[in-house]
Design a protein around this ligand. Structure first.
Ligand code: FAD
Length: 426
């Protein structure tokens, strides 16, 4: 008689769409989390900040559930294999739009339905999903501005309504406290990372349009990891955005735009959104790639960004754009290499947003910067880190003899990028 609620990218009890429906419609709901070995086995490093973030969040979630007389069942394995042997009355969860998740969920739904078990999934991590914001002819948008206009026009209070999970918490099944596996039990080690707090700083949001471009300032919310793992509700954040700052609301819409793009154009996971960009003859020099990864290109703003990423798992958006442009244009290294490196390191790593950001920088994406716009690191520094405060923090040896010489000269690199792109694009 038990019903499973399966937590994934929605690690919270409040305003959780799938959890609300599970509890409202059933009486003995058992919360489950699965450490998915398909995902974990693909991670390169046994010290992974994301895994530690999830692990730490689960500890809190489990304690909350135990205070309610229930607990959290934590499993470790391939979800498809696990669901072969589970026989609940029904399974409830929230949509996940990534290609792997779609395939996995499709397989699970099929195998459960064969056993007469319902698989119920809900929209939770976005305001509008899939086909909810499309052009008048039903086709997906590929340009952000008209998409965001339609998105805002479609937004009514209905979409921001909170799901009052607390009304039905009596429907969690009373179970004994479940074992809590250590990080080591699932093959990982502590990283000692500091995670951004789960706090919605309205002061930052109010000033966002003036502070967001300066990497040395705490001028963005740092909520990305919480959005990634669903430890905050997007409905709540959109309400705040609507009241406080439309510029910040736009950022939340970019997130949905890229999720929508990945849904409709899953080929972007491996190929350029614009196919002809896959004809560019990348130089792909492994030694130069290594200098970029480790923050030793001799371009202080680029190196500061990469060192911040390596040290903390975070990089400011402005600097993500600069480092991504540098890799693809100055070094002519395939955007997929950079995307994969960010994918290993970013705490907020999200396939859709990361891929969108990288293809934007390379020029290969939908609504991307035109390829002939090559970021000038010195000019970017002058505008956005004028006192070199950010650079000094991460590259203390810059302006000394100990600092790396530029891996390539800017004017030469710019011309080489223009020639190579032009040749490839024909
Ligand atoms: P804020 O500026 O406070 O914005 C609020 C939220 O809006 C963010 O938390 C994020 O969820 C969303 N958001 C903001 N900007 C963007 C954007 N350009 N695209 C999509 N969503 C956005 N963001 C990720 O969440 N995961 C990624 O893997 C990722 N990879 C990126 C790679 C590149 C090359 C670039 C240029 C950008 C990438 N971004 C990614 C977008 C952006 O840099 C981060 O979302 C942002 O820096 C997170 O900081 P914040 O939480 O302080 O954001």
């Amino acid at each position: 008689d038990t019903t499973i609620f399966w937590f994934r990218r929605d690690l919270r009890l409040t305003d959780n769409a799938g959890l609300y429906h599970a509890l409202r419609d059933n009486e003995h709901v058992v919360p489950v989390f699965i450490f998915d070995t398909v995902i974990l086995d693909a991670l390169e490093d046994i010290e992974d900040r994301r895994v530690e973030f999830i692990h730490q969040t689960l500890a809190g979630l489990k304690a909350q559930l135990e205070a309610l007389g229930s607990s959290l069942v934590i499993l470790h394995g391939n979800p498809v294999t696990l669901y072969r042997v589970l026989h609940p009355r029904a399974v409830y969860t929230n949509h996940d739009y990534e290609p792997y998740a779609r395939e996995r969920d499709g397989a699970i739904q099929k195998l459960l339905e064969k056993k007469g078990i319902g698989f119920h999934a809900y929209k939770d991590q976005v305001i509008f999903e899939k086909d909810e914001v499309v052009k008048d002819d039903g086709k997906p948008y590929t340009v952000f501005t008209p998409y965001s206009r339609k998105w805002k026009a479609a937004l009514t209070p209905f979409y921001l309504k909170r799901y009052p999970v607390e009304k039905y918490t009596g429907h969690f099944k009373k179970i004994k406290h479940q074992p809590f596996p250590g990080l080591e039990d699932i093959g990982f080690q502590r990283t000692g990372a500091q995670f951004p707090e789960r706090v919605i700083r309205t002061g930052i949001i109010e000033k966002y349009d003036r502070t967001r471009d300066f990497p040395d300032v705490h001028g963005t919310t740092r909520l990305s990891v919480h959005l990634r793992f669903g430890t905050v509700s997007i409905r709540k954040l959109c309400q705040v955005a609507q009241q406080k700052n439309q510029v910040w609301l736009n950022e939340l819409i970019w997130r949905e735009f890229y999720a929508m793009i990945l849904w409709h154009f899953p080929h972007v996971q491996t190929e350029s959104f614009k196919p002809k960009y896959d004809r560019i003859a990348w130089r792909n020099d492994p030694a130069e790639f290594d200098l970029w990864c480790t923050g030793q290109t001799g371009y202080p703003i680029v190196d500061a960004g990469m060192r911040e990423l390596n040290a903390t798992g975070f990089m400011h958006n402005r600097v993500r754009m600069i480092t991504a442009s540098f890799l693809t244009k100055h070094l002519l290294i395939d955007w997929r290499w950079g995307e994969a490196y960010f994918g290993q390191k970013l705490l907020d790593y999200d396939l859709a947003s990361n891929n969108g950001g990288w293809q934007w920088a390379a020029g290969s994406g939908c609504d991307a910067a035109p390829y002939f716009r090559v970021f000038n690191p010195a000019l970017q520094t002058k505008k956005f880190d004028p006192d070199h405060a950010y650079i000094k923090k991460w590259v203390p040896e810059y302006q000394t003899d100990a600092y790396a010489r530029p891996v390539v000269e800017h004017a030469l690199a710019r011309q080489r990028a223009l020639n190579t792109y032009k040749k490839g694009l024909g």
